[in-house]
Design a protein around this ligand. Structure first.
Ligand SMILES: *Cc1c(COP(=O)(O)O)cnc(C)c1O
Length: 339
């Protein structure tokens, strides 16, 4: 195992020894290989540089209680990468190729998988981008599918501190909330509002639907999950938000493991003040509690969860991480064993 101070890792990029690369040319993908070079060399006019043809995924490898190394529902990341690539007129990789690449790159960097109980995990970043020169507006003909890994620390150090978010104006927020895909361009277009939120003391933006400005969409990189005062789970349904695998898994955990009622439906912003707990769901944080939402000066505070996670959020967090770390039996097909 590498000599890394696992329990003091943050959420950042650490270069590891190996990465997976496969190239698409003349209408097909090559077999792919594990390589040493962390630097990508592409033409100055590459499609990704001119017209932002790049899509990505994010998942994690975990060391479980019994010492195995596993990933969590990688088939869903493969499906979503396919949807993202299709939306940007890029070639897709099959589910089999995706999972094979993930397995190869994790095995090649097995010394970087943080130990059980350290709080750290191995973050896996698969992505596809256009590589050949494109000057007229059209899709590239050649692409690269690459997967690198980087060990990351827990999102929360010393307990979960709730965050404060703000309701974001539409101006310069597009096309977040019109995306439904994990693409570099969606993130690039959200950076202005993220930086502006941070400058004004907020951790994240809450995006409302672009059409009517009355329904809750998501934040920059996570879906919302609310808990009602009578312990029902409510998550916003919308065609324009990114379908979070964590959120979909938490909905099943809530229903099947905790016996809670779950509603997946449009959520009016008007309703938000009546919820008991609010969390943000994503691979990085699992579920991170929101303490306060600022709507242009009007504050909504969530009474349970101002100082720490609310009780239902905590149960959801503990159950899902228990499943991922092998302490709680997983539903069929959720855990993909690599070693
Ligand atoms: C990745 C992402 C999420 C979280 O999805 P997970 O599959 O749970 O990691 C939510 N919203 C956006 C915009 C994202 O890019």
């Amino acid at each position: 195992m590498k000599n890394i101070d696992w329990s003091n890792l943050g959420f950042g990029y650490i270069q590891t020894d190996k990465r997976y690369v496969s190239d698409f040319k003349d209408g097909k993908w090559d077999d792919g290989a594990i390589i040493d070079d962390a630097t990508v060399r592409i033409n100055e006019c590459a499609g990704v540089l001119q017209y932002a043809q790049t899509v990505f995924e994010g998942l994690k490898a975990y060391t479980t209680e019994d010492g195995s190394v596993v990933t969590f529902r990688p088939d869903l990341n493969a499906e979503r990468l396919i949807q993202s690539a299709e939306r940007l007129q890029m070639p897709t990789v099959s589910k089999e190729k995706f999972i094979d690449a993930v397995e190869q790159v994790v095995k090649a960097n097995i010394d970087y998988v943080p130990p059980y109980g350290s709080g750290a995990t191995l973050y896996i970043r698969p992505y596809i981008f256009g590589t050949n020169p494109v000057i007229g507006v059209k899709p590239a003909d050649e692409y690269q599918f690459r997967v690198f890994v980087t060990p990351v620390g827990p999102y929360f150090k010393g307990g979960a501190k709730p965050i404060t978010i703000r309701v974001c104006d539409l101006d310069r927020a597009a096309p977040h909330g019109t995306g439904h895909i994990k693409a570099g361009l969606n993130y690039a277009m959200s950076l202005f509002q993220i930086v502006d939120a941070h400058n004004k003391g907020f951790d994240e933006n809450m995006y409302l639907d672009a059409g009517s400005r009355t329904y809750v969409e998501e934040t920059g990189g996570a879906n919302f999950l609310f808990v009602t005062k009578d312990n029902k789970i409510v998550t916003p349904k919308s065609d324009s938000i990114l379908p979070s695998i964590t959120r979909r898994s938490l909905m099943i955990v809530a229903e099947k493991y905790l016996g809670l009622e779950v509603e997946h439906r449009p959520v009016a912003f008007e309703e938000v003040k009546d919820f008991a707990e609010c969390g943000l769901c994503g691979t990085a944080a699992v579920i991170s509690p929101v303490g306060k939402i600022n709507d242009h000066g009007n504050e909504i505070c969530f009474p349970s969860g101002m100082d720490e996670m609310g009780p239902i959020t905590k149960k959801l967090y503990d159950t899902l991480t228990g499943i991922q770390m092998g302490r709680i039996e997983a539903p069929e097909g959720w855990i993909h064993k690599i070693k």
